[in-house]
Design a protein around this ligand. Structure first.
Ligand SMILES: Nc1nc2c(c(=O)[nH]1)N[C@H]1C(S)=C(S)[C@@H](COP(=O)(O)OP(=O)(O)OC[C@H]3O[C@@H](n4cnc5c(=O)[nH]c(N)nc54)[C@H](O)[C@@H]3O)O[C@H]1N2
Ligand SMILES: Nc1nc2c(c(=O)[nH]1)N[C@H]1C(S)=C(S)[C@@H](COP(=O)(O)OP(=O)(O)OC[C@H]3O[C@@H](n4cnc5c(=O)[nH]c(N)nc54)[C@H](O)[C@@H]3O)O[C@H]1N2
Ligand code: SF4
Ligand SMILES: [Mo]
Length: 707
């Protein structure tokens, strides 16, 4: 039966923030997926991951009942849900009695639905009473979020509907490779180009996205901030500033002039490797466009100066008068399925639902009333993701971790240290569908329902709240995350209500978010269904939602956008004689994140079977590396081995590794955990390495492949 036929359930993809619309027809055998035409983000398109997503529902090694170790070092063995949940509650209580509430930590994910993210934040604060909660969005969205808050007073990824991309005259994309990370996004870029518009891409590699660009700025990794300041310098010297806009809608521009003055074009060319003529052309194009969009993604953001880098691009956009005008502006391309909603409702260390600050007394009073506790019962801010993971099992750090929706053994920076810290815990509990590299280390594994087996809401990269609908029941023995959270909350004697009905939890989330920045209180399941999604903020049932938040005013106290002067500091670790090559990391089309899901889907593994190192043929020749041979990549933090893939699309001073694999070929053995001082985002996108032939006796790193 075709999924578009009667009986198919309309829903959205389990993976990235584009949240492509799809329908699932479940019957005998593997469910059948078909793209939906009625969802603007994908308008009938899906990538290979989306098409094959149903295979994950019945992978042979899916966990279908709780697993527990009888004692440390014992194998994981099946136990009943009662036994698993009782054991967790007993051990958590004992650890907290002995070492205090913060002895137990929680780690969440940007793939969790709004309902789950909300409930997990609430669970940490009032069931466990711990301040120690953070999530993998810290590795993803935190730098753009901090810069957006600073400049506009609100962090909503895109400034308008995604169709604005196709309607634009010029799109400038810094550090985004959407042709591989969100393939149906290319439809919008094709529409842009068909309409005579232009695409500019800044990336150290000529990616499939950059190959489609009218102008490719092939910059040195970690130099985006200098590039943005250099472009602003040119905009000033060429008289391209929108003076009236700067006067009427912004503040702080004068503080910027002196800083930007020193970014004269030749100096910026030396730092970035981008020819002055190209920078000039890019600025002129952006200024000439009636509708121009400046977008950033992880390439520009995952740097130890990521917040300032995004700020520099926002400064450029503001100086050209783009933000807060229809169809133009600055936007960040959110990554994970619920990367937007997941950063709004309280699984972040410093946050309460509705994008409220946990240290704001009024916010605490409001949320405490919804939760049915006293404001004093809500703990203060905790540690950020990497700081939390590296505090585990240290003296004064948490002794137990409950983890939902992340696989840090593969995805965290300097992952060997994170592995050590996880091993040092007294108790590691992982809720997952499969035995991920992290779940394999757990003391207790709780099998969770997958996306097609439960309902909930996701907020996509546009800020549009969407419904994920249950198409089939979970396998016998598997529970939803909401059921797991309830099971634990009840055993811990938590105050408040712990519904397992997503619609009820969403209504509570709405009340908790009411009056906050990310106000969902006017959104209901019924409205989402009827209207095909609702944009937040939506503060009342009669409110239409807010597709373009800044048209009238910015969300700052005086309604003006804020310029902040920022200086290029460069990567925390630069190349030198010992480590002479830059390593950058990122994604390939076929795999998603830590690969825990996609490395189990046959056609995706066939498309991309193993870890690799991309390097320029001239660099390979200098190093004596043969195409297809194994190379050893060393950084100050460790050594990885992967297969050499030669291509002249990458700079000669840079190598690239995807981070989708664990084991020998793990990119994150090498990465530098230098953190941005504001967002605490790690510098995944640049560190210094040495590359050499691995030699004839090297072990092939393939065992991570399909099983
Ligand atoms: N196939 C696939 N799609 C995904 C995901 C996935 O894992 N796989 N994950 C989803 C998630 S969570 C995210 S966050 C998004 C990420 O989406 P993207 O940001 O598009 O993905 P990345 O590959 O991390 O990085 C993009 C580009 O940044 C470039 N880059 C590296 N260093 C620099 C630099 O210093 N400056 C600049 N300007 N560019 C640099 C890289 O060469 C790369 O081409 O993708 C989402 N979609
Ligand atoms: N070197 C390098 N490292 C990076 C990056 C990079 O560009 N370079 N990018 C970073 C970025 S942007 C991100 S977002 C992170 C992502 O990295 P991770 O946080 O590891 O993300 P996933 O691989 O998506 O992990 C999700 C895990 O939870 C499970 N899971 C999925 N959905 C659910 C659910 O609803 N409930 C439960 N209980 N489990 C679920 C999956 O099976 C999987 O094991 O990686 C970061 N790491
Ligand atoms: S682009 Fe993203 S949302 Fe769309 S099908 Fe692919 S992974 Fe799924
Ligand atoms: Mo991400």
């Amino acid at each position: 039966m075709a999924a578009s036929e009667v009986g198919a359930t309309p829903t959205h993809c389990p993976y990235c923030a584009l949240q492509c619309g799809m329908s699932i027809a479940a019957g005998a055998g593997t469910a059948v997926i078909a793209p939906r035409e009625d969802v603007p983000a994908n308008a009938g398109g899906l990538c290979q991951k989306g098409w094959s997503a149903a295979e994950m529902l019945d992978v042979p090694d899916r966990v279908t009942g709780p697993l527990m170790r009888a004692h440390e070092g014992a194998p994981l063995e099946p136990v009943s849900w009662e036994a698993a949940l009782d054991a967790i509650a007993a051990r958590v209580t004992a650890l907290q009695d002995a070492h205090g509430r913060d002895a137990v930590a929680v780690f969440g994910g940007g793939g969790l639905t709004n309902e789950k993210a909300y409930q997990l934040g609430k669970f940490a604060r009032i069931a466990l009473g711990t301040s120690q909660i953070d999530y993998n969005g810290r590795f993803c969205m935190s730098s753009a979020a901090a810069a957006l808050n600073r400049a506009f007073g609100m962090d909503r990824g895109l400034p308008g509907p995604i169709t604005d991309v196709g309607d634009a005259d010029v799109v400038f994309m810094a550090g985004g490779n959407v042709a591989e990370t969100m393939p149906p996004f290319m439809r919008h870029l094709s529409r842009l180009k068909d309409g005579g518009g232009a695409l500019i891409v800044a990336d150290p590699r000529r990616t499939p996205t950059a190959a489609r660009a009218d102008l490719h700025l092939q910059l040195t990794p970690g130099t985006d901030l200098a590039l943005a300041n250099g472009m602003l310098h040119l905009a000033m010297s060429e008289g391209l500033l929108d003076e009236a806009y700067i006067r009427d809608r912004t503040s702080g521009f004068d503080t910027l002039r002196t800083t930007v003055n020193s970014y004269w074009p030749e100096r910026v060319e030396r730092v970035t490797g981008v020819p002055v003529a190209h920078m000039r052309e890019a600025v002129r194009m952006l200024a000439a466009g009636r509708r121009s969009l400046i977008l950033t993604a992880r390439g520009a953001e995952q740097q130890a100066q990521g917040v300032d880098t995004v700020t520099a691009f926002i400064n450029l956009a503001l100086a050209l008068g783009l933000p807060g005008t229809e169809g133009s502006g600055y936007g960040c391309i959110t990554g994970q399925g619920n990367g937007q909603g997941g950063r709004e409702h309280g699984q972040k260390a410093d946050q309460l639902p509705g994008y409220r600050r946990i240290d704001d007394p009024a916010a605490r009073v409001h949320v405490a009333a919804v939760w049915g506790v006293e404001p004093e019962a809500i703990p203060g801010p905790g540690r950020s993701a990497y700081e939390l993971l590296t505090a585990l099992g240290t003296s004064g750090g948490p002794r137990a971790l409950l983890l939902f929706g992340s696989n840090p053994v593969v995805s965290a920076p300097r992952a060997s240290v994170v592995e050590e810290r996880l091993n040092a815990l007294d108790l590691l509990v992982v809720a997952d569908f499969v035995l991920s590299e992290t779940a394999l280390r757990a003391d207790i594994v709780l099998p969770s329902a997958q996306w097609a087996e439960e309902s909930g809401t996701m907020t996509n990269l546009e800020g549009r709240v969407l419904r994920r609908n249950r198409a089939l029941p979970p396998p016998e023995g598997v529970r939803t995350d909401l059921e797991i959270i309830r099971g634990l909350a009840v055993r811990l004697g938590a105050p408040g209500t712990w519904s397992t009905d997503p619609e009820e939890v969403f209504a509570e989330l709405g009340r908790a978010s009411a009056g906050g920045i990310a106000d969902y209180s006017g959104i209901t399941y019924e409205r989402i269904e009827r209207e095909g999604g609702v944009f937040w903020p939506c503060p009342s049932p009669g409110h239409p939602g807010t597709p373009r938040p800044f048209l009238e005013r910015f969300a700052t106290p005086d309604g003006r956008a804020v310029f902040t002067a920022v200086e290029h500091r460069g990567p925390e670790e630069d190349v030198d004689d010992g480590y002479p090559v830059y390593l950058t990391t990122g994604r390939v089309l076929a795999h998603y994140q830590s690969g825990a899901q996609t490395r189990r889907v046959k056609q995706l593994v066939e498309a991309s079977p193993e870890p690799f190192v991309e390097l320029h043929p001239d660099l390979a020749e200098r190093l004596g590396v043969e195409p297809g041979s194994l190379v050893r990549v060393s950084s100050r933090r460790g050594v990885s081995v992967a297969r050499a893939r030669l291509t002249d699309t990458i700079r000669e001073d840079t190598v690239f590794m995807p981070f989708h694999w664990g084991g020998e070929g793990r990119a994150n053995t090498l990465t530098n955990p230098a953190l941005d001082p504001v967002s605490r985002m790690p510098e995944f996108k640049v560190c210094a390495v040495r590359v050499e032939p691995a030699g004839p006796h090297a072990q092939d790193p393939l065992p991570q492949g399909f099983r």
